[in-house]
Design a protein around this ligand. Structure first.
Ligand code: UT7
Length: 349
């Protein structure tokens, strides 16, 4: 069986920097609150009309492909992770295939939110291992700024998120000293509604406490998407922050240890942990729990906020560009979020 390795990596963030103070125009918040509770100083917002989740993914992909020393025509499969797709359907994978004038290759969209990139990378790793594909493009991208409630009502969610994209090219290697060592994926749907965007959707309140009585066909469209939903702010992400926080600080260390133990390795062997950038306090808690030094953990939420599926590849790319990852280094990618879903990938760079 082949092992896979990251042959090229790229990232793209929009030029538009939005500071915490900039958000005061829309809502009752403060730079002090945001920094103290999340660590975030600023984030990037896409150009409203010129940039989409896909176009940002395309920019990151171009860099990853060039660094892998190949062309878009060499890519033989696409895995695109996002929770903020350009269209409800089709997915961003096909839009990227079109934008980069790729061959008529397979394109798969992954909808696993914060753990989306780790899930996408794991899928790609399996295709390389079986020998089915040789050059897989894995993208994580988000345009959160289009789907947030910028009033004070939505401040617990909107101040956290930012836009951006990261991408890698995965290739097979017969070099035993490098590549992906293992992946570990989990889910627990018990708390699915704790961090979710319900509408538009086909749920018809099935999972909610308040069930709808039977309705006639004319009302179906109204239940998918309606003015009432907009008026009641039911078209924005919903999050019980403290509940997510409590679960995250348990599952992050668990899934990192699972990866290390599966490979007979210890926390002291780890050169760099790239945690999903959900909240600096969560990352610091994980670091403390695992007794990792500052040099063993990479965080950049301060500059970009939480970019969900893009956060792990953006942090990985930036860490590599800054020379913090060298050939042979043991790197752990770990993520936790909506679903709940969580996972880790352990690799030798
Ligand atoms: O990647 C996706 C996964 N998501 C996460 O991992 C998020 C995990 N959770 C968190 O990061 C934190 O829970 C938050 C940053 C979302 C919130 O921080 P917190 O320390 O848990 O605050 P809280 O929700 O308990 O709210 C505390 C207070 C409330 O006011 P009262 O009720 O104490 O008067 C909120 O209304 O802070 C208020 N608040 C704000 N104040 C100023 C909430 N959002 C804001 C805000 N600015 N933006």
């Amino acid at each position: 069986m082949n092992k896979s390795f990251i042959a090229g990596i790229g990232m793209y963030v929009p030029a538009n920097v939005v500071t915490n103070n900039d958000l005061l125009k829309y809502m009752d918040t403060s730079d002090e609150w945001i920094q103290e509770r999340t660590g975030i100083k600023e984030r990037r917002y896409a150009d409203r009309t010129k940039e989409t989740t896909t176009t940002m993914g395309v920019e990151a992909a171009k860099i990853a492909i060039e660094r892998a020393g190949i062309t878009p025509q060499d890519i033989d499969f696409i895995v695109f992770a996002t929770l903020s797709p350009d269209y409800y359907f089709p997915g961003c994978g096909v839009l990227l295939q079109r934008a980069l004038k790729m061959k008529e290759i397979g394109a798969l969209d992954v909808r696993n939110q914060c753990s989306g990139f780790v899930y996408a990378l794991t899928v790609a790793d399996q295709f390389i291992k079986t020998g089915m594909y040789k050059n897989i493009l894995v993208v994580g991208a988000e345009k959160h700024s289009f789907g947030l409630d910028f009033s004070t009502r939505g401040r617990n969610v909107s101040v956290i998120f930012g836009d951006g994209a990261g991408a890698v090219v995965l290739q097979p290697t017969d070099d035993a000293t490098r590549g992906i060592l293992s992946n570990h994926l989990h889910s627990d749907g018990e708390s699915a509604e704790i961090l979710a965007m319900y509408n538009p959707g086909t749920h018809a309140n099935h999972w909610m406490e308040e069930k709808y009585a039977d309705f006639d066909d004319a009302e179906i469209g109204q239940m998918f998407f309606s003015h009432t939903m907009i008026d009641n702010a039911q078209v924005f992400p919903n999050m019980d922050g403290p509940a997510v926080f409590k679960k995250a600080v348990v599952k992050f260390p668990e899934v990192i240890m699972e990866a290390l133990e599966a490979n007979d390795l210890k926390t002291s062997d780890l050169n760099l942990l790239i945690p999903h950038q959900a909240n600096l306090r969560i990352a610091q808690f994980v670091q403390q729990k695992l007794k990792l030094t500052d040099d063993q953990v990479y965080n950049n939420i301060q500059q970009y906020g939480n970019t969900t599926a893009a956060s792990v590849p953006i942090a990985l790319c930036e860490a590599w560009e800054k020379g913090k990852i060298k050939k042979g280094d043991l790197v752990c990618l770990a993520a936790f979020g909506s679903g709940f879903t969580w996972g880790s990938t352990l690799l030798r760079w």
